[in-house]
Each structure stands twice: as structure tokens, then as C-alpha cells.
Design a protein around this ligand. Structure first.
Ligand code: BDR
Ligand code: CA
Length: 314
């Protein structure tokens, strides 16, 4: 199994990405680290605990609280998209507390314990990852693979025309991470996940028909974003974060990827958080692999199989 940390702003598709880390036999989820992003910090922590419970693994994976705002800017959250991030779900996690160790310290420690072996799936703003790289100059080298959900490869953002949410919220952190020497794979919002990681009504009906507690959990946590996505003309609920986790654990789902130089705009307000993905003709050294095409049917089947897992929430 892959030793793994998921760095997350737990709402909707983040919860499903956590399920991959918790239930896929290929994953050895060592910690969940929390970063300011989608919804209020307390709601994010609650959503992470409820996901542990839904997976029948409450108390088994430590949750570390990380940075509660971006490096230099005020936090922008997305409750208009996500609601509370879990469709009003109210599951018990009595007696469970987050760890006392800060997420940045946990990231640095766990990477240093097994240099080159730990993978990170970063599916929120990159604040914790950037802070860990500042904290420990060896951090980037100690991390094996860093899979990032963020950016758009054709300028079609989801929060502004230029920017995808995770890079928009903390562009300085994203810029620092791409300059830090990590072994990075990027799973961009558009065109990739917008085209290939959407669960439409047919897929949602198939999932509901599974009849498992996890299928019910999925339907519930996706409810708010489904409504939002439909209101903006997307035919279903978008799942970039669980796709990112799935691709790390099952690289055979990648159909095409290419090396790019990725840099992130921090100066302009109009294009704040824009991910410039430069290819060979621009003459810049590559620093990341960008996923361009995936086996979408394989990804859907993977998520369905996860949700078919019989679990016993407390
Ligand atoms: C990203 O922002 C959030 O809405 C999702 O969880 C995903 O990580 C997509 O832009
Ligand atoms: Ca996320």
C-alpha cells in the first residue's frame, strides 16, 4: 500500500477522496491534514470526522488542524457552492478530537520518517504544503509524490474566468509549491475534471441503487454542489478531488499526461490564481506532470466499487 496523507478542505468531493484513502486496499492513509478552503474550518473538521465514521474507521486515522487562512490574503470560502459541505448530514463522532500536533508539523514529520515514500494528495488550497516547505528545506525532497487538484489547463476557471478555486484562494502558496522542487502531478479543473469527472443523473441513480450506507452518504454530501453545478449548466456533480486520489492509487487510469512548467499568477486581481501551464515551445524548465485524459468509465466504476463497500458507521 501507498503511505499517504490527504491535505483537504473537507466538503463534498473531498469527503469522497477521503473514502478512497480509507477504503482502497492500495492506500495506507497515515493522516488527514486540514487547510482553510471550501467551508468554515469547524465544518470541515466535522465533515472529516463524519467521513471517517461513514467508512467505519472512526478513531483510526489522525486528523491534524492546519493553516486557518491563506499565506497573505483573507480566506475566501465557498459556502454558496458547498453549503456546510455535507448536505446537512449529522453523524456522531463523540469522543473524537483532532490531534494536538499542527498539520504542518505532521506533514514535515511524516515525510521525514520515510524519505521518498510518502505521497500527498493535496485537494484544497496549498497553504499547508507551502508552509511545510518553508518549515523544512528537506520537505519537498522527502515527499515521494505530490498530487495536486488545482488550476485549469485552458483558462476556464470555476471561480473566475482565469482561476480554479484552490489556486485562487491561496495563489502565493500555489506559486511557492510549484517552485519548491516537489515531484508534482496536477489534476486540473478544466478541461479534465469538468469533462471527465462528472456524475450525471444516470450515474447518481446507479449509485443510489447500491443501497449501502456509503451510497447514501455520497448522495447526501453531494446534494448541495449538485444543485449548484446544475444551476450553472453542469450536467451533474463534479469530482475532481476523488479523481486526484484515484489517479495516485491507480495510475493506469491516466490515459494521457504531459510535462509542463506550471506557475501561478499572484500580481493581478483580474487573473489572480491563474495557472500558466507552459509547454516546450515556451522554453521553460518543466516542473510538473499535468493529467490531460483519463479512463472516465474506469474512474466511475472505481467510485461505485468504493461506495458498494459494506461499512458499519457507529
Ligand atoms: C476544488 O475546489 C473545491 O470546490 C473542490 O473540493 C475542489 O478541491 C475545485 O475547484
Ligand atoms: Ca477540495
Amino acid at each position: 500500500p501507498v503511505p499517504l496523507i490527504i491535505d483537504t478542505d473537507t466538503a463534498q468531493d473531498d469527503c469522497v477522496a477521503l473514502l478512497a484513502g480509507l477504503l482502497d486496499p492500495r492506500a495506507d492513509l497515515r493522516a488527514i491534514t486540514m487547510v482553510a478552503g471550501n467551508v468554515g474550518f469547524e465544518a470541515q473538521v466535522r465533515n472529516a470526522f463524519m467521513t471517517l465514521n461513514a467508512a467505519g474507521r472512526l478513531g483510526e486515522v489522525p486528523i491534524h488542524l492546519g493553516c486557518t487562512r491563506p499565506l497573505v490574503r483573507p480566506w475566501v470560502s465557498a459556502e454558496d457552492v458547498h453549503g456546510d459541505g455535507a448536505g446537512g448530514l449529522d453523524m456522531d463522532f463523540d469522543g473524537c478530537e483532532p490531534e494536538r500536533e499542527h498539520a504542518v508539523d505532521a506533514l514535515v514529520r511524516l515525510a521525514a520518517e520515510r524519505p521518498g515514500e510518502l505521497s500527498i494528495v493535496a485537494i484544497g488550497p496549498l497553504t499547508n504544503i507551502a508552509m511545510a516547505a518553508v518549515r523544512d528545506p528537506e520537505f519537498a525532497a522527502n515527499v515521494g509524490r505530490l498530487y495536486i487538484m488545482g488550476g485549469s489547463n485552458n483558462g476556464r476557471g470555476n471561480i473566475t474566468a482565469a482561476a480554479e478555486f484552490n489556486f485562487y484562494v491561496d495563489p502565493e502558496a500555489a506559486k511557492a509549491v510549484f517552485a519548491a522542487g516537489f515531484d508534482i502531478t496536477v489534476v486540473p479543473w478544466a478541461p479534465l475534471t469538468l469533462d471527465q469527472a462528472v456524475f450525471d443523473q444516470t450515474a447518481l441513480d446507479e449509485i443510489a441503487a447500491l443501497g449501502t450506507p456509503l451510497a447514501e452518504f455520497f448522495t447526501r454530501v453531494c446534494a448541495a454542489t449538485l444543485e449548484f453545478d446544475r444551476s450553472v449548466g453542469i450536467d451533474g456533480t463534479t469530482h475532481p478531488d476523488s479523481l486526484t486520489a484515484a489517479l495516485l492509487l491507480h495510475p493506469d487510469l491516466v490515459r494521457r499526461s504531459a510535462r509542463y512548467n506550471v506557475d501561478v499568477e499572484t500580481g493581478s486581481e483580474l487573473t489572480r490564481g491563474y495557472a500558466a501551464m507552459s509547454w516546450g515551445v515556451h522554453g521553460l524548465p518543466d516542473n510538473a506532470t499535468v493529467v490531460e485524459d483519463v479512463d472516465a468509465a474506469g474512474f466511475h466504476a472505481y467510485i461505485k466499487a468504493l461506495l458498494a463497500t459494506p461499512t458499519q458507521p457507529a
